[in-house]
Design a protein around this ligand. Sequence first.
Ligand code: DQA
Length: 147
Amino acid sequence: MTERRLLLLNGPNLNLLGTREPEIYGSTTLAQVEESTRELAAEFGFDLRALQSNAEGALIDAIHAARVDCAGIIINPAAYSHTSVAIADALSAVALPVAEVHLSNVARREAFRHHSYVSAVADVVIAGAGPLGYAFAVRYLADRIVS
Ligand code: DQA
């Protein structure tokens, strides 16, 4: 039986949410994002494992660990979206449903943010909805994962 657990990953600099460029990323903190995502996941019967890291390897290790006890992954890879073949490869390797979230609408920002290696392996990409994007991701995965 599929484990009723989702992995929520947030990449570099997202620990500063709430104070980091609030005109772009809003005033919601990472703790608030994790709490509301956990609450919504619970409504769908999912446990949530949340991790934020500024280190690429730590994110990759968490993706590998999800292979054995998670049913899906919500990831905001932050700047690693635009640089990390390694994170994209890890997501492909574990073969779980993946929802990629960006708080800002990356398509409307600098050109270097327009390409994401992760989008090529994600099942859904949600950008520009602010913290609501994480809620959309939970709803998508809950619908997608059959128990
Ligand atoms: C981000 C967008 C990225 O381009 C940026 O590097 C981030 C955050 C977002 O949530 O909008 O750190 O992923």
